[in-house]
Design a protein around this ligand. Structure first.
Ligand SMILES: Nc1ncnc2c1ncn2[C@@H]1O[C@H](COP(=O)(O)OP(=O)(O)OP(=O)(O)O)[C@@H](O)[C@H]1O
Length: 357
């Protein structure tokens, strides 16, 4: 549905987007995820035509759209500021894009009622935007976009202004609309939980390039770089040297077995072993002795307890375990042994941006 090739955008000497290739299939929900300044909005704005390409090509629905004006690209767009027209009712706001397209009056009536029911806001049709909550306004701006049935919708941090609970409700709402309408969505966020919750595919960006892409499970469980492991979720990192003969990483915390390695990770002398907090346990495992550590602190996060530990070599560790109403907390400063199934750990190549302490 959309294919960008070698897409580059420069501002003077600064490269905001650097030779990016990306293909999005019809009906797919693709999220551009990454830290501030990584080029997410630049890529989205190039696809929309609001920013001009420095180099490369954009194809939409099989046609070269590189130099086609925004309004002729057949895209719907939803942004963080809802940009509803304050003096018009909700109904008229949603009807507006259809009036512009000269749709017949009776059909406008039907289609506006249809999308109002889809977003479950029929009862506010006659209100003005300022008589709505932030979440309702965001839904209306979504309705105003889907009412003319664009086959592709671009969304740039559309839920950024909403509080956590409302944002989670709206994530489900957008996911439901995506499934019901079969529309192709490209979505920008810097919120990893949002990306994991919503996407068919996550495109992780770093410094104007794609660091890694894949479905949420792949990105979370099979990161290929330290940057990806660090950006999605929390991780415990052990820095060391590979001992290929024994299949272990020699670290300050001991010789740690690895089974599962990112491409290229086991090729060089240095590597990093990554284990998610929920894969660590404070129960003894067979086969290897585990790591001795001291409990620094424990926090309760609803259904989970998080233990912050320090291994004897100084490595900081985080263990996350499910909790229950009568769960015991370990004593602060008590000594514990931490271990994990070696198949849950992942060997990653070193990266100068991430150093051991
Ligand atoms: N008009 C511009 N002139 C100069 N530099 C720009 C311009 N627009 C964007 N940039 C730079 O390009 C880089 C990428 O910006 P972009 O907005 O794509 O990042 P982003 O990943 O969307 O970040 P955020 O999450 O903060 O919106 C940034 O370093 C930004 O400062």
């Amino acid at each position: 549905m959309i294919r960008v090739s070698n897409l580059t955008r420069r501002y003077g000497d600064f490269v905001a987007l650097d030779s990016v290739d990306l293909a999005v299939k019809e009906g797919e929900f693709v999220t551009l995820l990454g830290p501030s300044g990584s080029g997410k909005s630049t890529l989205l704005n190039l696809i929309s035509g609001m920013t001009q390409v420095s180099e490369g090509q954009i194809e939409i629905d099989g046609r070269d759209a590189t130099h086609v004006p925004t309004n002729a690209r057949g895209l719907g767009m939803v942004f963080q500021n809802y940009a509803l027209m304050p003096h018009m009712t909700v109904f008229d706001n949603i009807a507006f894009p259809l009036q512009v397209r000269k749709v017949a009056k009776s059909e406008i009536e039907t289609r506006v009622r249809e999308v109002l029911s889809l977003i479950q806001l029929e009862h506010v049709a006659d209100r003005k935007p300022k008589q709505l909550s932030g979440g309702q306004q965001q839904r209306i701006s979504l309705a105003r976009c889907i009412v003319y049935r664009p086959p592709i919708i671009l969304m740039d941090e559309p839920l950024g202004a909403l509080d956590k609970k409302l944002r989670e409700d709206m994530q489900l709402e957008i996911k439901r609309l995506h499934a019901e309408l079969g529309v192709t969505i490209i979505y920008v966020t810097h919120d990893q939980e949002e990306a994991l919750a919503m996407s068919d595919r996550i495109v992780l960006m770093r410094n104007g390039r794609i660091e890694q892409q894949g479905n949420p499970e792949d990105l979370y469980f099979k990161p290929e770089t330290l940057f990806a492991a660090d950006f999605l979720g929390s991780s415990n990192l052990f820095f060391g040297k590979i001992d290929a003969a024994s299949g272990t990483l020699v670290t300050g915390a001991g010789k740690l077995p690895y089974e599962n390695a990112a491409p290229g990770a086991a090729d060089t002398g240095e590597a990093v072993l990554m284990v998610r907090p929920e894969s660590l346990s404070m129960e003894a495992k067979q086969n290897w002795p585990g790591i001795e550590a001291e409990v620094l602190d424990t926090v309760v996060l609803g259904g989970f307890q998080r233990h912050y530990l320090r291994a004897d070599d100084g490595t900081q560790l985080t263990v996350q375990v499910p909790t229950s109403p009568n769960a015991q907390r370990p004593e602060r400063r008590s000594r514990v042994t931490v271990s994990w199934d070696s198949s849950d750990a992942r060997l990653l190549p070193p990266d100068p941006a991430f150093k051991s302490e």
